[in-house]
Design a protein around this ligand. Structure first.
Ligand SMILES: [Zn+2]
Length: 348
């Protein structure tokens, strides 16, 4: 079904409503000690669907206290919901063997004894849980109705549609996974806290996402491919994971970096060279790409202004957090964390 805000062609209206606060503070810790990293290119598609008007990229910011990175401004929740409902389902489908994070997560789950129930937050069509196998009680949270139906047909219990459903699950799970999800939320710390509430004491939370500490990202700054994807709002790194796990009373048991799409050396070299070219001479890179397209009789796309995706870069991380065995530990640690961040916040 088309979203009510969409026109007859299924495109969204042009009067985009953006949260355009003047001086953004950190969405995670509230600090005003922030740095602007660079401009993010405008986006011409969202969730695999072409937009009638581009979404302004805004800027990439970094918190000097908790190291969280985020884009600002961001579409508001109403517009994000509308954009996601119109998303092309094919853009989220992957072959399990090609997903490095799925392989690492499965190895972590299988090597730990006593893990019997697994909740996949943002499970889409249940492909990860299906691949994990029927030795586990498998459940998912998924907002896309058709994808949730597919997951249910594979024997996966759908226990919620929205991240807010994490707060009201009747029984906690041994493992809660959220792979390529945390970058879609506005407040990753709050999200990680919700994942912890859905995990039993002694259980594991497994998160995978982009890594702002990767050298390729630090080189390309705001024009990096991962933050130019319009659905991606927030970005973390190992330092953030260590700080926030301490604040939430979680223990990091595994932290691995990997490439989203490993490629042959020749393709890796081409992606790296193209990105370096854009970094040093963006107008010349755009001009050459445009010239190349015109020579081949192809349309000149506005996305030529953006560097090509550098998917072979080792710019992703997967982190496994263990929830402590002590009852009530989360609340105590969260309270302590708020106090410590207040104290360490730089003066304005
Ligand atoms: Zn912060």
């Amino acid at each position: 079904m088309r979203h009510p805000a969409a026109d007859i062609n299924g495109t969204l209206p042009t009067n985009r409503s953006l949260n355009t606060g003047i001086a953004p503070s950190c969405p995670g810790c509230g600090s005003i000690g922030i740095s602007r990293i660079g401009s993010i290119p405008d986006a011409f598609e969202f969730a695999g669907r072409k937009l009638d008007t581009p979404l302004p990229g805004g800027s990439l910011y970094r918190c000097r206290v908790c190291t969280l990175h985020w884009r600002h401004p961001q579409p508001d929740k109403r517009e994000l919901d509308a954009l996601y409902r119109q998303g092309d389902a094919a853009s989220w489908q992957y072959h399990p063997v090609r997903r490095q994070d799925w392989q690492i997560a499965m190895a972590i789950i299988r090597k730990n004894d006593g893990l019997h129930s697994v909740l996949d937050v943002g499970c889409f069509d249940g492909r990860f849980l299906d691949h994990l196998g029927t030795d586990y009680r498998r459940a998912g949270i998924e907002v896309h109705p058709r994808a949730a139906e597919h997951a249910a047909s594979k024997g996966i219990q759908i226990v919620g549609r929205d991240f807010s459903d994490l707060e009201t699950l009747p029984t906690p799970f041994d493992v809660v996974v959220a792979m390529d999800v945390i970058e879609h939320v506005g407040n990753p710390k709050e999200f990680l806290g919700s994942l912890a509430k859905a995990t039993r004491p002694g259980g594991l939370i497994i998160v995978s996402t982009g890594n702002t500490a990767a050298w390729s990202w630090r080189l390309m700054r705001g024009m990096y491919w991962y933050c130019s994807i319009a659905e991606h709002l927030s970005f973390i790194n190992p330092q953030w994971c260590k700080l926030i796990s301490h604040e939430l009373g979680l223990e990091i048991t595994d932290l691995e970096t990997f490439s989203h799409e490993p490629a042959k050396p020749s393709a890796t070299f081409l992606q790296a060279s193209a990105n370096l070219f854009y970094r040093c001479l963006p107008n010349l890179a755009y001009g050459l790409r445009r010239f190349h397209a015109l020579r081949k009789g192809l349309a000149c796309r506005p996305s030529f202004r953006t560097p090509p995706h550098w998917r072979s870069a080792r710019d992703h991380l997967l982190v496994a957090f263990r929830v402590p065995l002590r009852d009530g530990a989360h609340d105590l640690h969260c309270t302590d964390a708020r106090v410590s961040l207040e104290v360490s916040r730089p003066a304005s």
